[in-house]
Write a new protein. Structure first.
Length: 166
């Protein structure tokens, strides 16, 4: 997917989350299906009953709106939205540099990409036969997902511990 399409998809999702989940504007909008992620559902389903109520969706949309409305005047201006989007772009760029910029010169060279690709290929090719099967790829992605979840749990525990000590 091109960067332009990714940016447009992100913008559309942001607008949908901020403005679209507070309820339909008209009866015709009731039938409009929203594509939302599992992480959105987990954040919205505060009582963990596997059902997102209108109130839960509205609270999450309101919270997301407050992140856009920097000066708390009840309106998210283009400038405020741009600021929020740029913050996300900067965070994404920094994550990308941390992962790919091996020599930490704040630039990503083809040799760094090639080295990372070779390393990833070696990790994914579990049987070492020089090729990657779909099962090997799925196993690798599952292992990465579990590692990231463990990392997030550890960070949350660390933050909770730090908050308790203050």
């Amino acid at each position: 997917m091109s960067r332009g399409k990714q940016g447009l998809k992100f913008f559309a999702l942001t607008v949908m989350l901020v403005f679209g989940l507070t309820g339909p504007v008209s009866a015709a909008d009731d039938a409009t299906p929203y594509k939302v992620s599992g992480s959105w559902f987990k954040r919205a389903d505060k009582d963990r009953n596997k059902l997102v109520s209108k109130d839960e969706a509205g609270r999450l949309a309101s919270r997301d709106f407050l992140r856009l409305d920097r000066n708390s005047d009840g309106t998210a201006t283009v400038e405020e939205i741009d600021q929020r989007l740029m913050e996300r772009v900067v965070r994404s760029r920094e994550r990308l540099l941390r992962r790919l910029d091996a020599n930490r010169d704040r630039a990503i060279s083809k040799s760094e990409i090639d080295a990372r690709t070779r390393g990833m290929f070696a990790h994914i090719d579990a049987d070492g036969n020089g090729g990657i099967t779909l099962d090997e790829l799925k196993s690798y992605r599952q292992a990465i997902r579990k590692a990231r979840q463990a990392e997030r749990r550890a960070k949350r525990a660390e933050r909770a511990k730090a908050a308790g000590q203050e």
